[in-house]
Design a protein around this ligand. Structure first.
Ligand SMILES: *Cc1c(COP(=O)(O)O)cnc(C)c1O
Length: 436
């Protein structure tokens, strides 16, 4: 153990994401500067007694014991091992939560959060545009367990209020919404739920659960805005380099044991070999990457906004963004600076949806063939700029008329800004737009 204990609390969050807890109970190394990769699926137990204690203590924290203060008895990787637990400490710090549990993918985190908080007969209220696989989870799988979902437009606070029934247990949304980038007012919705919860017993409380993948904790911390749980795909901005998949749920202390049990039994544990690069490279570099990517996103958004072939650009950092005021309220970095994220959505002009969709595809195809700095690929938040056409790709399962109703313009293109020089991205974009 290191004997010189430094107190991270007196340092800034950004610095803390590099060093973590300087003395972590999750690892007993003396002289490593970087934590070693843990690559052991099982752990030696010195005695039957230690084995029994390891099983007994798993997901059974005594009241008042902090998660950080526990030196765990490691038994088996799926239950817990050092790399993911150090990453969990740092993710809790990043999201300003009391605890974090990691998962093998973002979807494993989504299903663990919702699966731990609901049971037969319960109802979820979700925004009417959500990540495709989350939509499939709610509509194809949960009805089998008699868990139903109402989809409402959460930009309208009154429709959220109206939708709540005695069966409601979870309010679920993403903000910014994928791919339109529209925002949902996190603190306003949390306030509504807090009011309603005053009349409910603890067993029937409603929880506000937010998928924070798009913003990343650097740009937005839903727990500080009143949400109960925040989850994210680590595959995107937090890993940042496009090398590993992962997910995380961050929330209150009391939920730690049940979410750990869910992970143990449903099995979506993050591989230690994936936890390590996120712990060592991804999370420590998130603030620096985000700052650069946001500044480039602003330049690219401004360039697109001034191009006559573009009908509109949706980027929360632009003054023309319809919810600019809300963006300024809830998207803030750790120092309180405006942090509108690194993803933008823009749409091409065209009289009919069909013309716009064809144009969108044309521009995408041209980028795919010719651009050096822009890659046609799903995912986002990477150091490489990624582009996709939601209408014909990620959101193609939604019929065209329905897409338009939901604000997914068929001519819309989603751009996730990377670390390339802004002028190189702009050069590739202007080259591709010439095809119109
Ligand atoms: C990618 C993504 C997910 C799912 O994450 P995986 O790591 O791919 O399982 C969930 N929500 C949002 C908003 C995403 O972008």
């Amino acid at each position: 153990m290191r004997t010189t204990k430094k107190e991270p609390k007196t340092y800034s969050t950004e610095t803390e994401l590099i060093y973590g807890k300087t003395v972590s109970k999750k690892w007993d190394f003396n002289h490593h500067v970087v934590p070693p990769i843990s690559s052991s699926s099982t752990f030696r137990l010195d005695s039957a007694k230690r084995g029994a204690q390891g099983f007994a203590e798993f997901a059974h924290h005594a009241e008042g014991v902090t998660i950080e203060s526990c030196a765990p008895i490691y038994v088996y990787d799926r239950l817990g091992e050092p790399n993911k637990e150090m990453l969990e400490e740092n993710l809790a710090t990043a999201e300003r939560g009391e605890m974090a549990v990691t998962f093998s993918t973002g979807m494993a985190a989504v299903s663990a959060a919702l699966g731990s908080l609901t049971g037969m007969g319960d109802e979820i209220i979700a925004h009417n545009i959500i990540y495709g696989c989350t939509y499939s989870l709610l509509t194809n799988w949960y009805p089998r367990y008699k868990i139903t979902t109402q989809f409402v437009d959460m930009k309208e606070l009154s429709s959220v209020k109206k939708a709540i029934t005695p069966r409601t247990r979870v309010i679920y949304f993403e903000s910014p919404v994928n791919p339109t980038l529209e925002l949902i007012d996190i603190s306003a919705i949390s306030e509504i739920v807090k009011e309603i919860n005053k009349q409910r017993t603890p067993e029937r409380k409603i929880y506000v659960v937010i998928d924070n993948t798009f913003a990343s904790p650097y740009c937005q911390r839903p727990l500080e805005l009143g949400a109960d749980f925040v989850l994210a795909s680590l595959t995107k901005g937090i890993c940042g380099f496009g090398t590993d998949m992962g997910g995380v749920v961050v929330g209150p202390r009391w939920s730690y044991d049940i979410i750990m049990l869910y992970r143990k039994d449903f099995g979506g544990a993050l591989a230690a070999k994936s936890a390590w690069p996120i712990l060592v490279y991804g999370l420590p570099s998130l603030p620096t990457r985000m700052r650069q990517q946001m500044s480039t996103a602003m330049e690219v958004a401004t360039f697109l906004e001034n191009d006559s072939r573009i009908s509109y650009v949706s980027y929360p950092g632009l003054k023309s963004f319809p919810q600019y005021e809300l963006a300024q309220k809830q998207m803030r970095d750790y120092d309180g600076n405006f942090a509108p994220g690194s993803i933008l959505f823009f749409s091409l002009k065209g009289k009919t949806p069909k013309i716009r969709r064809d144009r969108g595809e044309k521009v995408i195809n041209s980028l795919a063939k010719k651009a050096y700095t822009i890659t046609l690929a799903v995912s986002l938040g990477h150091i490489r700029t990624l582009v996709e056409h939601p209408s014909s790709m990620t959101h193609s399962a939604i019929p065209l008329a329905e897409q338009i109703k939901k604000g997914i313009d068929p001519g819309g293109i989603r751009l996730s800004i990377g670390l390339e020089k802004p002028r190189d991205i702009i050069r590739d974009l202007s080259e591709a737009l010439k095809i119109l």
